[in-house]
Design a protein around this ligand. Sequence first.
Ligand code: GLC
Ligand code: MG
Length: 504
Amino acid sequence: MPACLYSFRPFLCLPRHDISSLFIPIGRRKPNQTKNLSFSPFSLTNPYTGNPIFQPRTTSLTLSRRPRIANLISGPLSWKMDRLDGPARLMIVSDLDHTMVDHHDPENTSLLRFNALWESLYRHDSLLVFSTGRSPTLYKQLRNEKPMLTPDITITSVGTEITYGDSMVPDQGWVNVLNQKWDRNVVLEETAKLPQLKFQSETEQRPHKVSFYVEKGHAQDVISSLSDRFEKRGLHVKIIYSGGIDLDILPQGAGKGQALAYLLKKFKEGGKPPINTLVCGDSGNDAELFSIPDVYGVMVSNAQEELLQWHAEHAKENTKIIHASNRCAAGIIEAIGHFGLGPNTSPRDSSDILVSKLDNSNPSHEVVKFYITYERWRRAEAEKSDLLIQSLKHICHPTGIAVHPSGVEHSLHECIDTFGPHYGDKQGKQFRVWLDRVFTSQIGSTSWLVKFDKWELTDDGRHCSLTTILLNSEPGNPGAFSLLHVHQTWLEGFAARCQNDWIF
Ligand code: GLC
Ligand code: MG
């Protein structure tokens, strides 16, 4: 057995000051306030958190902490997809509840598998779109409850609200489209006449969506009675029944399918239609997604009867739609493989993660694997071997430095030494690690910066550090990477209470 599972040692050794000179600090999360800050190259302090912060100085890099989408909306009806150089290789448009998110799996196994796959092999050239019936309020609640990624585009309230980026900048153009021929007051007047309709919570009543609960047995009668009433009032609405309980009333031109069609039209007008689009759903309000021309579709194995029935009646012959044999996000991964849309092996699918190398290995993939190994070590799911510690050390340059989010610096080798005794310290406890928004830039012929949000879910809550890693690859072997510098700073509001518990 080789002493080291990684076959290549780092070959580029930057003295520390050289590494630091790659960065200049900026404020983050409050961009309009950064101009008030004055920094010298080494006063790397975020005035909001007191923590050090970095951004690459090299001007040719595009290493925004956030996907750039939100910044690039240039007007109500136009936005540019400049985060990607070309068309998205794959655009996934997925429902959340019981599709991306499995509420019957407290371990979130398939969601974490999907996350690792997406961040390691798709984030850099593909687009993630969440399309949910939830209002922005309930959507944000779900994001706090589950280990979810940040999508590029979020479509909420059953296709009535489209927003971009993490800051969820609304598409005003879509609002203008929906305002046509919509009169919310008429909806309220007519629905008030039917006692079988029970109002959903206030948060779920939106400008272009009025939502109720209706017992399954009454649904058909209520829907046809409402249709007649709206017709008489001259109002063109769409009535959608989902999950055997929820009834949504939307403008005729709204809905998850119409919102997707609107986005696809924009991409086309911008000259960047996605190469492939995969829609994913489980219930009635997702049906429309599957009728958009040219998209691939997956109904997850646990899809509701109403969606399967819709499919049987309207789309049975469409070979681009499958009913997966796996639940939720595992069904999405299955569909990627079934349709040949790209790699469908998640780094989490491999048990011997450090030795598994992909032909298309890239810095993001290496970093994702590194943190899965970290999680498995602490959960005692990796084999407890000195070899593993040695190989971790081997991929860290001897003079490499890790700046802990508390601001304390250690050599990377010291960090690995500290890490070893933590084997199994999270066994039987809640402990999950996932990376979000992994963005990689090549900054030299053999060096790369990988920036991402590193999350830990523990019994103590969830914590996050904004992380930058400088990696090196060897000429002639571009698939082998070594860590030269790790820099972390707490995401405001998500610092670990026990800072020693956070190792990388
Ligand atoms: C979500 C929304 C709800 C809607 C349902 C079906 O649960 O919160 O308002 O009725 O999706 O679209
Ligand atoms: Mg659903």
